[in-house]
Design a binder for this molecule. Structure first.
Ligand code: NAD
Length: 716
């Protein structure tokens, strides 16, 4: 044994080949924490001292190769400042360069996922062999940084600037076939042949059949590009990538700049450029929030995993109602492998639901994601029916009929009779209290909410709502089924609007007040889109459906009258009264024309302004900042209340639900992280100022005031 650490071992077989194996103790995966990097340094020193070696294999003892740096350390390390990070990365460059400079050939045997720093390590080796099932990539730009351990330097020299830009700016995970075609790896073999293939490469290198010195030379020299190629590769890419990433995500373009600046340089100077850019980006709020998002996502998944331990298997599901939501749920279930019965009372509805599902499957086939035979099989796993015939075998039902408590109550009681004792019943209601619906059931313990978002195939969130009598098995089963459908379930407690709509409607409340004080709704939309929302509030209301919004608003006003009920009509009601229901009837705040692809395109409409005129009580000028404050404050305050009222279990779950459910700008991290970023004390001050004239919708809670005084935050 040449070296033995708790994450790395270096062993010498009977021959002159050393194998450095990553196998992090007590973990299911390998990641490059600071401690592991220190071990790598020691392991290399030991390798360098060992005499007679003729080659090095870098391998993994886990299913994955290395998933990347340890992101749980990022916030803590990044806090140490820019200079610290430049030095840290330069030090890692030194360690990685030492692998590249070993006096004998090296090869990385990539058995599984190799991402970020994990892939960058393999780039230090002279050769790479990859298992057929493995994937490699540099996803750092998704965290608001650039690859910082040589990825921006070595990858373009290996696969060309254009390909490297695609991989790095896109943050893609790349399959073995693509990796081989591009030259990122030298061979792709079945997993069980990986070690033999790695050794074979080393032997060829030692026999002089493969020129490993030339490989090194190539990775360490300036990129060979003439000025036209430079222009094509870098300038064109910057424009394209900037357009795709949008103004808030600067890391992808910064990565191109790093590659460009380093292109004419040798290894060390190019690495210094990379280290500097990494450190600078690591200091930004966007990076802080995207790292936080990653950690929150992990936390939410972990929690779902715990709920799932209580789950019953769902081999057959059913959905009641073949409308917008029912059709989407049937598609998603079938698409992810759970057969589903789709029941409606109208044949036309079923035909429409099936037609929608077929359309979505055809799109998958057109995109090459699904074979035709698979499509046929999946389509037949949606069995439509007008009766409860086969419901006895159903493990879980999602009720998605019209939003009417009486209809829903009747349907739930019916389906309870038609299904077995163990069947879990769920409702996709957006507003009706789960406990109220449970009142219709003999087995309320088997019942919970399962709130999908529209369109089901695209929206990642499912709110799983626990009623007072809901059992852990019901929650676990709903969570497991949502996960099997490829969704992110977040468990919340019952209240009007549950978590997401309860937080969203105060935002619309703020919007109504702005209109009454003379703000132009199109300007409000533009400001909020610039802030990062996928669509502004007026446009969002049109997409959601004005009728649905009016109804939900009534429920919220009834549930929380002290801050959400208001005298007189609001802008949304005015739209409804004038039969402007939004996209569904092509007019709401905007009117909708069809674009070339047949999709609705919003167009400004003077009539909408005319209709709103009687609501306008004063004409005030608002700055962009004022508009943001007027809309974000009530939304964030409601998220605080949901946390305080135990509707949601943690800041991480609250923030992720808003990002996944209503498109809260991800780079801002969520409502509670937004308050943290502003500073709780400053947020409270802003809310107090606004509530003086705008009332209780803007009033901070007592607990939030205490947090402000004590200097506390939602995230430590
Ligand atoms: P929809 O009007 O498109 O579809 C409802 C379907 O239920 C219709 O096909 C109708 O024929 C059928 N139906 C009525 N009574 C029935 C019965 N007794 N048995 C079986 N089917 C019956 O409505 P939708 O938009 O799909 O909404 C369904 C539910 O999902 C509602 O509770 C709604 O609040 C909720 N929801 C809707 C959205 C959305 O954006 N549309 C989002 C989240 C949740």
């Amino acid at each position: 044994m040449i070296y033995q650490g708790s994450a790395i071992t270096v062993a010498r077989g009977g021959d002159e080949i050393a194998t450095l194996t990553f196998d992090l103790k007590d973990e299911s995966i390998n990641k490059l924490s600071s401690a592991v990097v220190e071990e790598l340094d020691q392991a290399l020193q030991a390798i360098r001292k060992e005499s007679g070696l003729q080659g090095l294999v870098i391998a993994s003892g886990k299913d994955v190769f290395i998933v990347g740096a340890d992101i749980t350390e990022f916030h803590q390390i990044f806090e140490k400042g820019e200079k610290y990070l430049v030095d840290m990365n330069q030090r890692v460059h030194g360690i990685f360069n030492a692998i590249e400079d070993l006096p004998f050939p090296s090869v990385a045997a990539i058995n599984g996922l190799a991402l970020g720093g994990g892939f960058e390590i393999t780039l230090t080796a002279d050769f790479r062999v990859m298992a057929e099932s493995a994937k490699i990539g540099l996803p750092e730009t998704k965290l608001g940084i650039v690859p910082g351990w040589g990825g921006c330097v070595r990858l373009p020299r290996l696969i060309g600037a254009d390909n490297a830009i695609e991989w790095i700016a896109g943050g893609t995970e790349n399959k073995a076939k693509t990796a081989l075609e591009m030259g990122a790896v030298d061979a792709v073999v079945p997993k069980e042949k990986l070690e033999a293939a790695a050794r074979d490469i080393l032997e060829q290198a030692n026999r002089g059949e493969l020129d490993y010195q030339a490989r090194r030379e190539e990775k360490q020299s300036p990129l060979k590009l003439d000025s036209i190629e430079q222009m094509m590769a870098f300038e064109t890419a910057k424009g394209y990538v900037a357009g795709k990433a949008g103004p808030h995500y600067t890391a992808p373009v910064e990565a191109i700049r790093v590659i460009q600046k380093g292109a004419g340089e040798g290894r060390e100077r190019a690495q210094a450029i990379e280290a500097k850019a990494f450190a600078k980006l690591a200091m930004t709020d966007v990076c802080y929030n995207l790292v936080g998002l990653f950690l929150n996502d992990q936390a939410v998944k972990k929690k779902a995993g715990q709920y799932e331990k209580q789950a019953n298997p769902v081999e057959l599901a059913a959905v009641l109602g073949a409308g917008t939501m029912g059709g989407g749920i049937a598609y998603q279930s079938a698409s992810k492998g759970t057969p589903i019965l789709m029941k409606d009372i109208k044949l036309e509805a079923i035909e429409l639901g099936l037609k929608e599902a077929r359309k979505l499957f055809i799109k998958q086939v057109e995109r090459g994601r699904l074979g035709k035979a698979d499509m046929a099989e999946k389509l037949t796993s949606i069995r439509s029916t007008l009766a409860y015939g086969d419901f006895e075998q159903v493990d879980l039902v999602v009720e998605a009929v019209v939003e009417n408590p009486k209809v829903k109550g009747g349907v739930l009681a019916e389906v309870e009779k038609a299904t077995g004792e163990e069947t879990i019943l769920t409702s996709n209601t957006s507003t009706i209290a789960i406990d109220r619906l449970a009142g219709n059931l003999k087995r309320p313990q088997n019942f919970c909410g399962m709130h999908f978002f529209n369109p089901v195939h695209r929206m990642p969130l499912v709110e799983v709502i626990r009623g007072a009598k809901t059992s852990d098995v019901a929650i676990g089963t709903a969570v497991a089924y949502a996960r099997k459908m490829g969704k992110t379930p977040i468990v919340v407690n019952d209240c009007p609007g549950f978590l997401v709509n309860r937080v969203l409607f105060p935002y619309f409340g703020g919007f109504n007040l702005l209109i009454e004080q003379g703000a132009d709704f199109q300007r409000v939309d533009k400001v909020m889109e610039k802030f990062g929302w996928p669509m502004g509030p007026a446009y969002l209301l049109d997409v959601v459906g004005i009728d649905i919004a009016v109804h939900a608003n009534e429920v919220m006003a009834e549930g929380f009258p002290e801050r959400m009920a208001r005298e007189g009509k609001n802008a949304i009601q005015v739209m409804q009264e004038n039969e402007r229901l939004g996209q569904k009837n092509r007019k709401g705040f905007y009117v909708y024309e069809e674009d070339k692809k047949g999709k609705p395109k919003k167009v400004s409409d003077d009539q909408a302004y005319e209709l709103l005129k009687p609501l306008v009580k004063e004409h005030r000028e608002f700055t962009d900042e004022a508009i943001v404050a007027r809309l974000m404050t009530p939304l964030c305050l409601e998220a605080v209340r949901c946390l305080e009222d135990d509707i949601v279990g943690s800041p991480a779950e609250a923030d992720m639900a808003l990002i996944y459910g209503i498109g809260f700008p991800p780079f801002r991290g969520g409502a509670l992280r937004y308050i943290d970023a502003m500073g709780v004390a400053e947020f409270v001050e802003q809310a107090d100022r606004l509530s003086e004239t705008l009332g209780p919708l803007y009033a901070p809670t007592d607990r939030l005031r205490e947090m402000a005084k004590a200097g506390e935050r939602f995230y430590s």
